[in-house]
Design a binder for this molecule. Structure first.
Ligand SMILES: Nc1ncnc2c1ncn2[C@@H]1O[C@H](COP(=O)(O)OP(=O)(O)OP(=O)(O)O)[C@@H](O)[C@H]1O
Ligand SMILES: [Mg+2]
Length: 488
């Protein structure tokens, strides 16, 4: 089965995508919630701060009013208020002070500040405001200022600073809790998604395994029971497809068998007619001679000639029969790794006499490191001799016999060319037919190329002849380097 990288699988991709989506959603949700919570917390803090400042402002205003009208002697009352404010534990107050309308410090939690004049922007805005004013001079503090006034009469301003530190602490705790819960939830969801997808893809994986292990020729009886879900539908379609392919395959095999049978019948028919013709011709001559001998009508002095004719006829029949026997006796190949160069050399050596006599020049082109090919060397030698001989016989006036061999894509290509008389277009399609010859009864049986084709095809190769009338012919033989022998 093909193994997939985890992120290439549907399960992997869906898990990653859905997890990212959930993470994004959780992130947006958490951001929205945290900012809302932080706003609420800030509002509560300021509400509390404002309420505190305003309630203290009343006491301070009263004290200042009574002092002005001479009801009370101030005598440290305001300082006490400031000290009370600083002592509050519910709010983290970092400073508290009372200022007169000009900005002079009347009372301060730091006694050394009393008498100082504050003219900063925050103080100026506070002094100018006629209602409680909240300012944020730095991220660490909220400044709350309340006017000490009754109607339009103003004695000064109460200013307190509330630290934002507790707010920040709460916020970080909140974020931490969110991250923890959201993280746990996301992990849980990813696990659940992966598990659910696993439930879907597991049967698909086992179906694919099953598909891989099933060969088309195998019966489907061994197949496991079909499931009832969508995967089952797929499984059933797959089995139906396999059955269709099996039926098609059987049909194809039947057709090939029929074709082979027809081809064989045609070949046998051709061979039979050829043989009858090849044997009948010399037999006719023989019977004719015998008739004359029996009747005593052989012309005087011609006895010897008649006997020679009879011998020639018998030898011809013998040649035809022995050629066919040779072919019939060797249907099996004994293929073994063979050096093609030496096989060519040996075949040429057998034809040494006709080569020299015919003034034929040999031109060879073979790779330097040689070619080893798996063939039956006797039978392939026979093929080479047949083809070389045809080339030699096609060049009665002499010429060039070329032999080239090369390896191309696990095949050896042997090209044998001659500069002989060539073959006409009418004759060319018949050269591989048994008993087809243009050389006359005495010289050729017409079996050379037919036998050669049979041998080459049994090696799993092909033989092809092309020709240019008057210029020469080329025979191309292709053989697999490693034997793929087959019955032909
Ligand atoms: N190289 C060639 N040049 C020209 N014609 C050829 C060549 N090779 C084959 N032929 C033609 O193909 C015919 C059939 O060849 P094949 O080898 O089968 O029989 P043959 O040579 O006639 O007889 P045998 O091989 O029995 O001696 C030949 O008679 C010839 O006409
Ligand atoms: Mg021949």
């Amino acid at each position: 089965m093909t193994s997939l990288r985890p992120f290439r699988t549907l399960q992997g991709r869906f898990t990653v995508l859905l997890s990212l989506l959930i993470l994004l959603m959780m992130g947006v949700l958490a951001y929205w919630n945290i900012s809302r919570e932080s706003r609420l917390m800030e509002e509560a803090l300021l509400r509390e701060g404002k309420a505190l400042a305003e309630s203290f402002a009343i006491s301070c205003t009263n004290t200042l009013l009574y002092e002005e009208i001479g009801l009370v002697e101030e005598g440290g009352l305001l300082d006490n208020f400031i000290a009370d404010l600083m002592a509050r534990k519910d709010l983290n107050i970092v400073y508290a002070m009372l200022l007169d309308p000009k900005g002079n410090v009347i009372a301060h939690h730091k006694p050394t500040e009393v008498g100082a004049l504050y003219e900063d922007a925050v103080t100026r805005s506070a002094l100018a405001s006629w209602h409680t004013l909240v300012q944020n001079p730095s991220p660490a503090v909220f400044d709350i200022a309340t006017p000490l006034a009754i109607s339009t009469k103003r004695w000064g301003t109460l200013k307190i600073g509330i630290s934002t530190e507790p707010l920040k602490r709460e916020l970080s705790k909140l974020i931490f809790r969110y991250v923890l819960y959201a993280g746990g939830l996301v992990m849980g969801l990813i696990g659940a998604i992966a598990f659910l997808f696993g439930l879907i893809t597991k049967p698909l994986k086992s179906l694919s395994k099953e598909m891989d292990s099933l060969t088309i020729r195998e019966d489907l009886i061994t197949a496991p029971p079909v499931r009832e879900d969508e995967v089952g539908v797929l499984q059933r379609s797959f089995y139906r497809m396999v059955r269709r392919i099996q039926e098609d395959e059987k049909e194809r095999e039947r057709m090939i068998e029929n074709l082979h049978r027809t081809e064989k019948m045609v070949a046998i028919g051709k061979l039979g007619t050829g043989m009858a013709h090849e044997i009948n011709n010399p037999l006719g001559g023989l019977l004719n001679c015998l008739y004359h001998f029996k009747k005593g009508t052989v012309p005087r002095g011609k006895e010897r000639e008649y006997l020679d004719l009879m011998e020639e006829g018998i030898r011809r029949i013998q040649r035809v029969v022995s050629n066919l026997l040779e072919y019939a006796r060797n249907p099996k190949l004994e293929a073994a790794p063979t050096d093609l160069g030496s096989l060519i050399e040996r075949s040429l050596a057998l034809l040494d006499y006709p080569i020299r006599k015919g003034r034929i020049k040999i031109e060879k082109s073979l790779p330097e490191d040689g070619i080893v090919v798996e063939v039956d060397k006797d039978q392939m030698g026979q093929v080479l001799v047949n083809v070389f001989l045809n080339a030699i016989q096609a060049m009665p006036e002499g010429g060039i016999l070329g032999v080239r061999a090369e390896v191309l894509a696990e095949e050896v290509h042997i090209t044998i060319s001659d500069t002989g008389k060539g073959i006409s277009k009418e004759v060319l399609p018949r050269v591989f037919d048994p008993f087809f010859t243009t050389k006359g009864q005495e010289k050729g049986t017409g079996l050379g190329l037919w036998l050669s084709q049979g041998i080459v095809e049994r090696h799993g190769g092909t033989i092809h002849l092309s020709s240019d009338l008057g210029k020469g012919s080329v025979v191309r033989i292709r053989l697999p380097l490693r034997s793929k022998t087959k019955e032909v």
